[in-house]
Design a protein around this ligand. Structure first.
Ligand SMILES: Cc1cc2nc3c(=O)[nH]c(=O)nc-3n(C[C@H](O)[C@H](O)[C@H](O)COP(=O)(O)O)c2cc1C
Length: 224
């Protein structure tokens, strides 16, 4: 736990213009971390409302940043598989991105979901597509996963993809593939949850999956 994120004290009650010894570190207004001695200024006594606003906004922004970091760190402790989600636009051009948010939702009917960032370049295509495909990656696909996580990369140019009979695009040596018809879209903060009904025959090969854990690619070995 990062205790620096918690305001540890506030010297507002002490007289302005004096120094006050501090036991350990404290966060004063706006999140400035100080230790030893705090010079008490008019800020400590409470600035006029209009003067505190920019400082408080900066403090709020820092607090939000710390919260986001803590959230990312906690979620990084949760291992996931890695998949590439693809779709094809009106011009039959493929689009795709790397995801870890792929999971099954329902068996009857067979539903899966992926969470897509609204900020992704390919998001507008996924926002209007009726179909998408998911390829579950193997440990040797780490470079491919990084390429599909790079908005500036030429993603499909180097080959290694196959067209399905339904017109979808999948990684040709994926560990597993599913093709989906979009069932519904749920707005979720800065992402959209894309729910797909599995259509056609899902494919599953033997082998182990790529794993993403603590912001790194990893592999699992089968239990002895
Ligand atoms: C292991 C890994 C998992 C990711 N999971 C997701 C995810 O679930 N959803 C998402 O929107 N972006 C995810 N990303 C980030 C996108 O792959 C990346 O931002 C991608 O470049 C966005 O698409 P774009 O290239 O069209 O902008 C992940 C990236 C990595 C490396």
């Amino acid at each position: 736990m990062n205790h620096q994120a918690e305001p540890a004290g506030h010297p507002a009650a002490a007289p302005v213009g004096r120094t006050m010894p501090v036991d350990g570190d404290v966060l004063v207004d706006g999140g400035l971390l100080v230790s030893g001695e705090v010079l008490l200024t008019e800020w400590a006594a409470g600035p006029p409302a209009e003067a505190v606003r920019p400082d408080r906004e900066a403090g709020d922004a820092r607090q939000a940043h710390r919260m986001a970091e803590a959230f990312r760190n906690a979620m990084a402790r949760f291992p996931t598989g890695v998949a590439i989600v693809t779709t094809v636009d009106e011009h039959d051009t493929p689009h795709g991105l790397t995801v870890s948010s792929f999971c099954s939702v329902s068996l009857d009917p067979p539903l899966v979901l992926v969470c897509l960032a609204r900020s992704a370049r390919c998001f507008p295509v996924f926002a209007r597509t009726g179909d998408f495909a998911v390829s579950v990656l193997r440990p040797r696909h780490a470079e491919l996963a990084l390429r599909f996580a790079d908005s500036t990369a030429e993603k499909f140019g180097r080959g290694g993809f196959a067209r399905t009979s339904r017109g979808g695009v999948v990684v040709d040596d994926a560990l597993a593939t599913v093709e989906c018809r979009v069932d519904r879209r749920h707005p979720a903060g800065d992402h959209v949850i894309l729910v797909g009904e599995v259509v056609g025959q899902p494919l599953a090969d033997t082998g182990t999956p790529a794993v993403y854990f603590d912001r790194r690619f990893a592999a699992i070995s089968p239990a002895p």
